[in-house]
Design a protein around this ligand. Sequence first.
Ligand SMILES: Nc1ncnc2c1ncn2[C@@H]1O[C@H](COP(=O)(O)OP(=O)(O)OP(=O)(O)O)[C@@H](O)[C@H]1O
Length: 307
Amino acid sequence: MLKAYSILNKILQINNLTKKYGPVTAVKDLSFTIEKGNVYGILGPNGSGKSTTLGVVLNVVNKTSGDFKWFDGRESTHDALKKVGAIIERPNFYPYMTAAQNLDLVCKIKNVAPDKIDEKLELVGLLDRKDSKFRTFSLGMKQRLAIASALLNDPEILILDEPTNGLDPQGIHQIREIITKIAQDGTTILLASHLLDEVEKVCTHVVIIRKGEKLYSGPVDQMNASFGFFELKAAETEKLHRLLDEHPSFGKITQKGEILVAFLNEPLEAEALNKYLFENGLVLSQLVKRKESLEEQFLQLTNQISA
Ligand SMILES: Nc1ncnc2c1ncn2[C@@H]1O[C@H](COP(=O)(O)OP(=O)(O)OP(=O)(O)O)[C@@H](O)[C@H]1O
């Protein structure tokens, strides 16, 4: 029973996917799974292989090796993709047709009933502009219309490549709110972004890639699972170093001038550390407890495999 449930929950599985463009390896041995109901972010700097990964699973880019399976392989990729809504390019509609006319045309092309047009326009905040011509829309409105269009057939999953690229702060905010609303309605979402802040605000899960390789995948809130570090100074630096080495809560210890930076493996309060050092005959002249911001952790992660 449990197994059947977990199979039904698998929307996409990517296994050891590699894509090479001649000498360039855009995606390298990438594996991750997308489960129903979550919002996934593929996060990585420009050129890290995000668009290529989306292109492969949407059958517009040929993979070099590895494989991917939609809906646990219950149907062909061609059929499975009918249940996927995707926007991977700049939205393009007929400029002299209205929003509603453009969506009506999409319904005809996709062979879906046009009865959801108003509902989807409402969802993206464009119902009152349904009779305006596409050419009069701002970039943000065009992007919102593209989202409405991708949702016309109520897909199981919505895929977006850099959904807020080029938008002003208000446009960015609107798109993020819409994505959150769509997710709350139960649609699974996969988006590619180079913005940590975007992934943090919108996603429940993240796959961080750099140069096509996965560096981290898991819940966004666990990305921030670092226990922090202490910056410490004492007259007897060597003794301080030794006592920290002997304490079970510390991992890496580095020295910055006269200050020792000691990274925690587990939670430890400043008071407890101060007491431990004092009881061992060491008096601190400086004690600061800090935690890397998510941004610092992300930068550390993406710099980790340089060159
Ligand atoms: N059609 C192509 N031909 C040759 N190389 C390509 C092609 N498409 C992508 N690449 C290369 O593959 C690598 C990954 O590119 P990709 O566009 O997938 O990254 P990305 O993370 O989506 O970046 P961006 O956000 O800048 O689009 C880059 O080095 C890029 O130059």
